[in-house]
Write a protein that binds this ligand. Structure first.
Ligand SMILES: *[C@@H]1O[C@H](CO)[C@@H](O)[C@H](O)[C@H]1NC(C)=O
Ligand SMILES: *[C@@H]1O[C@H](CO)[C@@H](O)[C@H](O)[C@H]1NC(C)=O
Length: 433
């Protein structure tokens, strides 16, 4: 006779089994997939993890992450370039400790006149080992410019965008995933596309909050650009800590890279081939790709690609069969580097939005009402243009479960596009921030 008491206990047994972290011999956390809201602790960092103090969890408290696209999910983030005066105190403390420990080189900020390559103050050599600017092709040891030999390490910058579902659907059709270097503020306005990436098990990495030239920023601005993007990925993936970041325009140096690494544990990733897909024709992209794919297998390929338009995605789709045909092994970039774990605290990606233990960041919430936009930001856009209206957010939420809503929801994102385009246009005209 079946014992009903045991039946009632089953969920609790599953819960406790799931809550016990398991490690394999090499120390890597195993990944247990169980139904019933039972994300195991497997991908959570231990208490002694370096960024534990920055992205905390509170074991035992039944806290859930808000669903992607809801007002609760979106409200805690800066609506524009992060204000250095409104950073979580833990991040600031971690930065100041790293500076005091001599881990962050004291390198002057650059300026970039007319949107051109950033320049250092007179007398500073950007290619010297002490500065080592990636804009000037100087490679800091430990940064990634190449994939492993024989590997086509796939990644796309500047997402999420309305073209993201096209990319995700194609990769699903060939049973592959990729790594997305995400712009934080775009995630807020493209929750459907963000959800599509996560549902398909893609790997998320950081491309900063508003896509600035990072060497032009001061240390606290850098902290906000990286930290908020990391926080939003963390809160959108059930607590995953991004492991990789790519500087916009490939612009980093020893100071910026050290802040990413010492404060947030992030590894800097550049690229070794560029199709200029954001400016080239599909034919030009195709012929560049053919040329790169014919190259020797050492080093591995790390081709800069963007998911900004359908055209760029179609150009990739067209070249895709050539990757295997030329003998390359296709891999999501984040799974091709180092130990193959795409996150600092997880060997897996996926659609996990809830955790029985919950996670809290132990700081005052960052609300847009407290925000004092920098004067340059206020000059460019009105706050109504950059703050999502509650109706826009809830409209997006309703669409999260549907696929290919890009075109229907496009008008909702129009203010953001205007905002981002304004930055680009003004940069091009020479009134850069
Ligand atoms: C991240 O999620 C936690 C847990 O729900 C929440 O306490 C925190 O406020 C969220 N952070 C932001 C910036 O929304
Ligand atoms: C899809 O890829 C996964 C992981 O690489 C592999 O385990 C699986 O067998 C593949 N499935 C098909 C149908 O090729």
């Amino acid at each position: 006779m079946f014992n009903l008491n045991a039946f009632y206990l089953l969920p609790f047994i599953i819960y406790y089994v799931a809550a016990v972290p398991t490690r394999s011999a090499d120390g890597e956390m195993n990944n247990i997939h169980l139904p019933f809201n039972s994300l195991s602790n497997d991908w959570f960092h231990d208490d002694d993890h370096p960024v534990h103090a920055l992205f905390k969890r509170a074991p035992g408290e039944d806290i859930e992450f808000p669903s992607i696209g809801t007002p609760a999910w979106a409200s805690g983030y800066p609506p524009g370039p992060p204000d250095p005066a409104l950073l979580p105190v833990e991040w600031v403390r971690a930065l100041e400790e790293a500076i005091a420990a001599g881990k962050i080189p004291d390198i002057p900020q650059t300026t970039n006149y007319q949107g051109s390559s950033p320049v250092y103050p007179y007398g500073i050599n950007p290619s010297s080992p002490e500065i080592c600017s990636s804009t000037y092709k100087c490679r800091i040891p430990g940064d990634f410019w190449d994939s492993p030999n024989g590997v086509f390490g796939s990644s796309f910058d500047d997402g999420p965008t309305p073209s993201t579902p096209l990319l995700v659907d194609f990769l699903s059709s060939v049973n592959q995933t990729t790594t997305h270097f995400m712009i934080g503020i775009k995630m807020l306005y493209q929750p459907t596309q963000l959800q599509a990436m996560i549902d398909a098990g893609h790997d998320l990495a950081i491309h900063t909050w508003t896509h600035p030239y990072m060497t032009t920023l001061d240390n606290y601005q850098i902290l906000g650009q990286l930290g908020w993007t990391m926080q939003l990925i963390y809160n959108s993936t059930g607590g995953r800590l991004a492991k990789f970041w790519r500087p916009p325009y490939g612009d980093s140096d020893r100071r910026v890279t050290a802040i990413a690494r010492e404060v947030f544990g992030l590894r800097t990733v550049i690229w070794n081939y560029d199709t200029d897909d954001w400016i080239a024709t599909p034919q030009e992209i195709g012929s560049s790709m053919s040329q790169f794919l014919a190259a020797p297998k050492s080093p591995g390929l790390m081709v800069l690609s963007h998911e900004l338009t359908d055209m760029m995605v179609y150009a990739f789709i067209k070249s895709f069969p050539e990757i295997g045909a030329n003998g390359w092994r296709f891999s999501s970039l984040a799974k091709a580097l180092e130990d193959g774990r795409p996150y600092q605290d997880s060997s897996s990606s996926g659609a996990h939005n809830l955790h029985p233990d919950g996670i809290v960041l132990d700081v005052e919430p960052y609300t847009s009402t407290e925000l004092t936009p920098s004067p340059s930001a206020t000059d460019l856009v009105t706050s109504s243009a950059i703050t999502p209206s509650p109706s826009a957010i809830s409209a997006n939420t309703a669409d999260v479960t549907k696929s290919s809503t890009a075109l229907r929801t496009f008008p909702l994102y129009l203010p953001v596009y205007i905002y981002l385009w304004t930055f680009c246009a003004i940069g091009a005209l020479g009134f850069s921030l």
